[in-house]
Design a protein around this ligand. Sequence first.
Ligand SMILES: O=C(O)C(=O)C[C@]1(C(=O)O)C=C[C@@H](O)C=C1
Length: 403
Amino acid sequence: MGLSMMALKGVFISGCAKAPQLGFANGLSGNYGLIKNLRYDLDKCCKWECCSFGVLAQKAITPVEDEKPTVREVEASAANDGVHENDPKGFHKDLNLLPKPLTAVDLSSAPSDGSKVRVAYQGAPGAYCEDAALKAYPKCEPVPCEEFEAAFKAVELWLVDKAVLSIENSVGGSIHRNYDLLLRHRLHIVGEVQMRIDHCLLGLPGARKEEIKRVMSHPQALAQCETTLTDLGVVKVGALDTAGAAQLVVTEGARDTGAIASARAADIYGLNVLAERIQDDEENITRFLILARDPIIPGLDRPYKTSIVFSLEQGPGVLFKALAVFALRGINLSKIESRPQQQRPLRVVDDSNEGTAKYFDYLFYIDFEASMAEPRAQSALGNLQEFARFLRVLGCYPMDTAL
Ligand SMILES: O=C(O)C(=O)C[C@]1(C(=O)O)C=C[C@@H](O)C=C1
């Protein structure tokens, strides 16, 4: 009786033998990022074995009847097989001695507090993106980068493990450039972080709020404090990031120049907080994505989100049809964004790692609230693939429910 890793492996391999038909089913072996040439026939195929780790594990404890024990297994069994002393025939085994199926947690290479993880972020120390990295991985090593593009490259070149990217804000809306970056690179979304952003007006020690004539910050931060800045009658100056703006105030040393940044940035750069919570909306929330080279194994253990991007043929009702694939399966959409693609083609990288330039009228980005381990999500994407011109899964990741 072989309740061993062999059994686990056997189910895994036989289940995935049909993976090429499913496209995204090979997610378990490391990449469900691109759905390509999908011949979708879920009713006939082993979708559960291929796509759901939960069921994979369940199958793994099925005894393999015709597998002979190895010499080592026999020896181990004789020495310590859990046979009860008062039950020499061995009818009652200690089930705790059986090998345990692997879980997604066992397979993750890093501890959950992120103590070994290096996370690239845009900005100087004290930037909100750094806060987001620390919220996701409290013990990580945040690595500052000048631009988001550099953070992406740092992951691709194995200089860091992950990157954090701001994607939308409750006041400013979507950060379009970052949507474009998601498509241009082939990283996978492995997590999201939602964070309340409380902006402060910072100035040199001794400077008063009334003296401030110029305010520097990241354009998103300036936009989130539009009303306050208009009331103050100051000149707005864009900077690479909020913490970088705070640093500039120090290096420029001008009493009439302030920065919009966090209270933590004020601490780091030795600036005074001249005003707190200056954002136009009290509830100013930014959503960040965590990106990695490899996707995570989608689970059923908690609420998951899946992010996709697709394009459609021209024609009346095609977008309606695309949205219906989710509605008909009771899948909630949490975000939809469209990006024009009329002027310049984006390089779309496919599985074979070779870039191909393609022209699209519009790209639609959708976040839906389901895990790729759920048959309804697989079936919705299979359905969408039947008429989408292009479809890529950007990632399936646990929802941030901690705000
Ligand atoms: O400039 C920073 O501190 C950032 O982390 C960037 C950023 C952004 O990209 O939107 C992050 C959160 C805030 O919404 C403002 C700025």
